[in-house]
Each structure stands twice: as structure tokens, then as C-alpha cells.
Design a protein around this ligand. Structure first.
Ligand code: AMP
Length: 384
């Protein structure tokens, strides 16, 4: 493999592993700048495939297909971090993979991720590895209740996690997971959840979009607001921690750090996502350079763009539930002039499925949140 430090310029082809909405918004940014985009996933007519130059349909463990894909592109990035490590390794034989397969390996497994963070001195809630009922008893004794039991691998949007209020509840979970490795985390009494989306260039340059505040419903991100309502010292600390994580992992690309801001004022890292993140969708409309364009610039070895915030912004997710009584009232939602609609081209609206989002811009973050929520409510207005 040749790792050239020469930039990959417009006209070149960028490969994306994964084919969801993150890849779609990446592909839109890349095509706008004159790149070609190939996407690779097991699905057809995907959110990314609909806007890419080529949609390659193959299983992630079809390593011959992965090698062919990598041979045809100048660089490989991803929008879905749960691809097998062997897939990234196969791609790396023919094209640079950014961020690298080692970043993927750490961040796709909660236990590896938390271990990496704590061993490198980053603040995390106390945790224990749990494989057996005996491990669980010892872990509950030391971390106390309530605590949170999570599967170690392949979890997202709160899938594979249980809030334990009794040991018996945990024993039931352990009995049902067939020896699968789990992680028990001490419960964090948090005041807010915030995230920092950041990018690192090939030359070590760093940029970020400040602190974004996130509210979840049923474990799924519901609302993101920027700038977050936190004191300047919290912003400084969150950005410093994020920068140190990107440097330690030697990330080239975009990575999001999700934090808990505990009631004690302490910041704790909850999770890392080595790609653009749902909380950064508002950067598409609210910042000079979006997280998607920055991912492109970083993985292509180009200078990073300005992340300046143009106006305070809020984003609300549009889940499949909104379609329950028929097609949402788009005209009513768009009656608010400072609201932007993004839809991901998904044909089937299932409850909990991310179908799109709205971004609202206003003079203050509070007004932006209010406007985003109002616009989403208007989508359900069947009277006009
Ligand atoms: P995760 O999938 O780990 O990001 O968790 C999804 C959501 O569950 C988080 O955004 C929190 O709202 C909640 N959560 C996860 N871990 C903890 C914890 N240790 N303490 C309190 N709440 C948590």
C-alpha cells in the first residue's frame, strides 16, 4: 500500500463503507466539490447509493468485493463503524482507509473503547467487564445500583442496554445473552448530555464545532442545539479532551465525542463515533464548513475549512413514527422560513427509524430549539 501525502483532488473517487444518511450527506458534500463517490454495503437503493456515482452491493465480509472496491477508489472512509476489522484491513491493502482500521477496532466495541479511554487518563464513569453471574454480582457490589448493563459490541441508539435497579434484573439479562461479553457502568447522574464533533487533518490540523447539547427520547437523539448552554470552562475542557482523543487515536477524519456533564460539574466521556455524527447534522446549514465537507477535506489531505457558526441552530430528528397517520405535512413544516428540511430517501417509515431531520436557525439557541420543535409539530398538522 502506498500512503501518499499528496492531496486527493477534485475529480478523484472517494469510497464510503456503509450507505446510510451519513454517507448520503457526505456524498452530497463530496459531489458538490467535484469528487466521485462510490458506496459499499449489502443493501440496494440506499440513502447513500441514491446520490453516489456507484452503489456497490456486497456483504462486508466479501473481502474480494472489498478489495475490488478499494482498488477503484483513491481513499476509503466510512459512515458506519460496525464493519468487520477484516474489511478495513482488506481495503487498506489497496487504498488508505481514514480514519484507520485501528480506530474502527477500538470504537466499535464498548469495552475496548472504555479501556482505551481510561488507560489514557480520559474521564469515564467507572465500569467492569461482565461475562458471568459471579462477575455481575461483584460488579454490582462495587459500582452500586442503579447501574447500566450494556452489550460490549455493536450497540447504538441505546440498543443492547438495560438500566439495572436490582441484581435479579441483571442476572436475567446475563442468562439471556449466552456468555456474550457485557459491560456494567456506574449510573451517571447527569445534568446534560453534550457532544463535540471534531476533525483532524493528515497534517495534524484540528477543528471543531464547539459544544453541542443533545436531548434523547427513548435512547434516540431527539434534539441537538448549538452552542450548548454550558459555561466557557466546560467548553474549553470538552474541546481539550476531544482534541487529545483525536491525537491519541491519530484520527484522520471526523470523530464525535459524546459526554455526560455530571451534576458535580465533571465531564465524562460516554462514547466515541469515528465519523460524522447525528448531533453534527446542524453543521450542514449552520456553519461555514459542515462535518461532511470537513470529513472529505480531512480524508483527502486538503486544508480544513472554517467551522464558524453562522447563527445559533437546533436540529430535530424526524423518526418513522411521524408517518403513522400518513405523509407528514411538509408544506406546514416549511412554512417557517428559517427551517431547513433534510430527508434521507428511505422508502419504509418504521417507528424509531431516522427518516430525516429539520434544522432551525435563530438569534439564540433557545429560539432555534423552539422553532425546530414547532416546525416538527407542524408536520403533524392535518388541518391545513
Ligand atoms: P449509549 O448507547 O451508550 O450512548 O447510551 C444511550 C443513552 O443512555 C445515553 O445517551 C444516556 O442518555 C443513557 N446512558 C448510557 N449510559 C449511561 C450511564 N452510565 N449513566 C446514565 N445514563 C446513561
Amino acid at each position: 500500500m502506498t500512503r501518499s501525502s499528496k492531496p486527493i483532488l477534485p475529480g478523484a473517487t472517494v469510497g464510503v463503507l456503509g450507505s446510510g444518511q451519513l454517507g448520503r450527506m457526505f456524498a452530497i458534500a463530496a459531489r458538490r466539490m467535484g469528487y466521485r463517490v462510490y458506496t459499499f454495503s449489502p443493501d440496494t437503493d440506499t440513502p447513500t447509493g441514491q446520490v453516489a456515482d456507484l452503489e456497490v452491493v456486497a456483504a462486508y465480509d466479501d473481502l474480494d468485493a472489498v478489495r475490488k472496491f478499494a482498488r477503484d477508489v483513491s481513499v476509503v472512509t466510512f459512515e458506519f463503524e460496525n464493519v468487520p476489522a477484516a474489511t478495513a484491513a482488506a481495503a487498506e491493502q489497496f487504498a488508505p482507509v481514514r480514519p484507520g482500521g485501528d480506530v474502527l477496532h477500538i470504537t466499535q466495541h464498548r469495552l475496548r473503547e472504555k479501556t482505551f479511554l481510561s488507560q489514557n487518563g480520559f474521564p469515564v464513569t467507572p465500569f467492569r467487564t461482565v461475562k458471568t453471574v459471579e462477575n455481575l454480582r461483584a460488579a454490582v457490589t462495587s459500582l452500586g445500583l442503579p447501574s447500566i448493563l450494556k452489550t460490549a459490541g455493536f450497540g447504538y441508539d441505546g440498543k443492547g442496554q438495560t438500566l439495572l435497579t436490582s441484581l435479579a434484573q441483571g442476572e436475567e439479562v446475563i442468562a439471556g445473552v449466552n456468555g456474550q461479553e457485557m459491560i456494567l457502568e456506574a449510573f451517571v447522574d447527569f445534568e446534560r448530555e453534550v457532544s463535540v464533533v471534531a476533525a483532524r487533518g493528515e497534517d495534524g490540523s484540528f477543528s471543531h464545532w464547539g459544544v453541542i447539547e443533545n436531548a434523547h427520547r427513548h435512547h434516540i437523539l431527539d434534539l441537538s442545539v448549538c452552542p450548548a448552554n454550558v459555561p466557557p470552562e466546560v467548553t474549553r475542557e470538552a474541546v481539550d479532551i476531544t482534541r487529545a482523543i483525536l491525537e491519541k487515536l491519530n484520527v484522520v477524519g471526523v470523530l464525535c465525542v459524546e459526554f455526560f456533564l455530571a451534576r458535580t460539574g465533571q465531564l465524562l466521556v460516554n462514547e466515541l463515533a469515528p465519523r460524522p455524527h447525528n448531533s453534527g447534522h446542524l453543521t450542514f446549514d449552520a456553519n461555514i464548513t459542515s462535518q461532511f465537507e470537513q470529513q472529505l477535506r480531512a480524508v483527502c489531505g486538503l486544508p480544513l475549512g472554517s467551522t464558524q457558526l453562522l447563527r445559533p441552530a437546533a436540529m430535530v430528528n424526524l423518526l418513522g413514527d411521524l408517518w403513522e397517520n400518513g405523509e407528514p405535512n411538509w408544506a406546514a413544516g416549511l412554512a417557517h422560513r428559517d427551517v431547513k428540511l433534510h430527508l434521507y430517501g428511505k422508502m419504509e417509515a418504521r417507528p424509531g427509524r431516522k427518516m430525516g431531520h429539520l434544522t432551525a436557525l435563530a438569534e439564540t439557541p433557545e429560539k432555534a430549539s423552539q422553532l425546530a420543535r414547532q416546525a416538527r409539530d407542524a408536520l403533524q398538522d392535518r388541518t391545513i
